[in-house]
Design a protein around this ligand. Structure first.
Ligand SMILES: Cc1cc2nc3c(=O)[nH]c(=O)nc-3n(C[C@H](O)[C@H](O)[C@H](O)COP(=O)(O)OP(=O)(O)OC[C@H]3O[C@@H](n4cnc5c(N)ncnc54)[C@H](O)[C@@H]3O)c2cc1C
Length: 487
C-alpha cells in the first residue's frame, strides 16, 4: 500500500521543471536526490514531500544532500553555528524516522551536486527555491553540468503561495500583490500530509559526518561574529517559539502583537520567528495554519501577523526574483533614484565612517543602541531596523554608500540576515522600494523620513536603551567568562 506521503502529490503549481530528464540509455530510473538549501527541515517541507513522491512512483530510493559552501554571503559563526547545529539534528531525525540518508558535501554546489548525482546514479534532482542570484546561478550551472538523463525539479517550499503562481512580474507594492496572494490562499494554504518513510530503501552506505569537527571549524573561522545563546536552533525549538506552552508566540504572546510589535522596548511583542523562517527550520505555511486557528479569538493580531508573514515576506521574494539589482541603487524605482541623486550632495550634519557605525560610536544614543542590539543580540527589533537604516542614509556620503553599509552590517550581524527580507528592508528604508514618495526634504528627497523625536513620541526610548545596555552587559560578561575558561 502506498504511504500517506506518497499518496499525496505536491500541487503541480508548486513545482517547476528546470530540466527534463531523458531517462538514460536502458530506460532505468536511478535514485531521487533532494538538494536541500533554503528549507532546512524534515517537517512540512514540500520539496522533501515531492522528492519522496517521485521516488515512490519510480520505485527508487531517495536521499537528501546538503552542500556547505566554502563561503556564502559572508556567513559567520553566528549563522553557520545555528545552521549546522540544526542540520545535525535533522540528519539524525530524517534517518531515524524516515530512513532517508542525509549527506553533507563541501565546496561549490555547482561541482559537488553533479558529482554526487553521478556517483549515486541519480535520475532526478529536486531542489527548493530561493530568489537570490547566487543560488540561481548555481542551479543553472548544475542544469548544464548534469547528464542528459537527469531531470531537475524546483519546488517552492518557502512561500505559502509559490512565487511564480502569485505573480509573474515585479510588483510595485504590498497593495499590488496582496490581492493576488490572498486569491490563491484557498488553494495553497492547505494542510501538509503526514510524512512517512519512502517505500524503497537506500542501499548504499550512509555517511558518517563529524559534526563536532565541522562546527568547531566554522566557529573558528567565523569567530568575529559569535554564536547566540538565546536562540536555540532546530525544528523543535522553532515550534516552541510558535506554539510552545512556556512562551510561544501564538500561545502566550499573540494578544498584544498588533499593539506592541512597533514598540522596541517590548521585544517579546514580536513573534521572534525570523531566524527559523530564514533558515527554513520552520515553514511559513505551518505558522499561517496555526495562526489561522486563532482568527476568531484574536482577529486583529492574526490579520497583522499574516500580513507580515505572507504578504510582506512573499513580496520580498518577488522583488529579489524579478529585480536583478535587488541590492543596489539601480534597483530603486525611477522617482526614488532621481530624488536620491538630486540630494546626494546635500550637506550632512554628520558623516560617519563604516568603522564608527559598526562600533556604534555615533552621537545618537538611540541609533547606537539599535546597532548594539544587532551586534550583541543578533536580532534588532523590526521597528528599529527602519530608523537604523534611514539614519545611515543621513550619515554617509551618499545613497550608494548608505545602502552598501546597511546591507554589509545587516548581513554580517543579523541572525536572519542574508535574506530577501533584508535586501528589501534596506531598499525600502533607503531607496523607497514598495513605499510612496513623501514631502521633499534635504538628503532624503522624497524618501520617507524618520527621526529621534518621532521615536520618542512612539515608544519609551530610554527603556529600549536600558534594555539593550543590559543585553550588552550580559554578552560581555559571557565573553569574559569564556576567555577565562579557555585559558
Ligand atoms: C532595514 C531592514 C532590514 C531588515 N532585515 C531583515 C533580515 O535580514 N531578515 C528578515 O527576515 N527580515 C528583515 N527585515 C524585516 C523585519 O524587520 C524582520 O523580518 C522582523 O523584524 C523579524 O522579526 P520577527 O520574526 O520577530 O517579526 P514578526 O513581526 O513577528 O514577523 C513575522 C515574520 O513576518 C515576516 N516579516 C515581518 N516584517 C517584514 C517585513 N517588513 N518585510 C518582509 N517580511 C517581514 C518575517 O518573515 C518575520 O519573521 C528588515 C527590515 C528592515 C527595515
Amino acid at each position: 500500500m502506498a504511504s500517506a506521503m506518497s499518496a499525496m502529490a505536491v500541487q503541480s503549481g508548486r513545482i517547476r521543471v528546470l530540466k527534463e530528464g531523458s531517462r538514460g540509455c536502458e530506460g532505468q530510473f536511478g535514485p531521487v536526490v533532494y538538494w536541500m538549501f533554503r528549507d532546512q527541515r524534515v517537517r512540512d517541507n514540500w520539496a522533501l514531500i515531492h522528492a519522496v513522491h517521485q521516488a515512490n512512483n519510480a520505485n527508487v530510493p531517495v536521499a537528501v544532500v546538503f552542500n556547505l559552501f566554502d563561503q556564502f554571503l559572508g556567513a559567520k559563526a553566528r549563522h553557520l553555528g545555528f545552521m549546522l547545529r540544526s542540520l545535525r539534528q535533522l540528519s539524525q531525525d530524517i534517518q531515524q524516522y524516515l530512513q532517508i540518508p542525509f549527506f553533507l558535501v563541501q565546496g561549490e554546489a555547482e561541482n559537488t551536486i553533479p558529482d554526487f548525482l553521478r556517483e549515486c546514479g541519480a535520475s532526478m534532482l529536486v531542489t527548493d527555491f530561493s530568489p537570490l542570484r547566487e543560488v540561481r546561478r548555481c542551479k543553472s550551472a548544475i542544469c548544464n553540468r548534469v547528464s542528459d538523463s537527469v531531470a531537475i525539479h524546483e519546488v517552492d517550499a518557502h512561500n505559502v503561495v509559490p512565487l511564480w503562481v502569485a505573480s509573474d512580474k515585479l510588483e510595485y507594492s504590498a497593495r499590488t500583490i496582496r490581492g493576488k496572494i490572498t486569491k490563491m490562499l484557498s488553494e495553497y494554504l492547505i494542510d501538509f500530509p503526514t510524512t512517512e518513510p519512502p517505500t524503497r530503501k537506500w542501499s548504499g552506505k550512509n555517511q558518517l559526518i563529524d559534526w563536532d569537527d565541522l562546527i568547531a571549524e566554522v566557529l573558528r573561522i567565523g569567530a568575529e561574529v559569535p554564536e547566540l545563546r538565546w536562540c536555540e536552533p532546530g525544528e523543535i525549538a522553532a515550534m516552541e517559539v510558535l506554539t510552545g506552552s512556556k512562551n510561544g508566540f501564538l500561545t502566550k504572546r499573540l494578544k498584544n502583537y498588533s499593539k506592541d510589535r512597533n514598540d522596541p522596548s517590548k521585544p517579546s511583542g514580536l513573534s521572534g520567528l525570523s531566524p527559523y523562517l530564514h533558515f527554513g527550520q520552520i515553514s511559513a505555511q505551518r505558522c499561517a495554519l496555526e495562526a489561522q486557528k486563532l482568527r476568531k479569538s484574536h482577529p486583529q493580531a492574526i490579520e497583522a501577523f499574516l500580513e507580515e508573514l505572507i504578504v510582506r515576506r512573499e513580496l520580498a521574494d518577488n522583488f529579489c526574483y524579478h529585480q536583478p539589482h535587488y541590492d543596489s541603487l539601480q534597483g530603486a524605482w525611477e522617482w526614488a533614484h532621481k530624488t536620491l541623486l538630486d540630494h546626494a550632495n546635500d550637506k550632512r550634519e554628520h558623516i560617519y565612517s563604516r568603522e564608527v557605525l559598526e562600533k556604534a560610536q555615533t552621537a545618537d544614543p538611540l541609533w547606537n543602541a539599535s546597532q548594539k542590539e544587532m551586534v550583541y543580540h543578533g536580532k534588532m527589533h523590526g521597528f528599529m531596523r527602519m530608523y537604523w537604516a534611514k539614519k545611515i542614509l543621513e550619515w554617509t556620503r551618499g545613497p550608494e554608500e548608505a545602502l552598501e553599509t546597511c546591507i554589509y552590517l545587516n548581513d554580517k550581524y543579523e541572525i536572519d540576515g542574508r535574506d530577501p527580507n533584508g535586501y528589501v528592508g534596506c531598499m525600502w528604508s533607503i531607496c523607497g522600494v514598495h513605499d510612496q514618495g513623501w514631502r521633499e526634504r534635504p538628503i532624503f528627497g522624497k524618501i520617507r523620513y524618520m527621526n529621534y523625536a518621532g521615536c520618542k513620541r512612539k515608544f519609551d526610548v530610554d527603556r529600549y536603551i536600558a534594555y539593550v545596555n543590559k543585553l550588552v552587559g550580559e554578552a560581555k560578561k559571557r565573553k569574559a567568562e569564556n576567555l577565562l575558561s579557555e585559558k
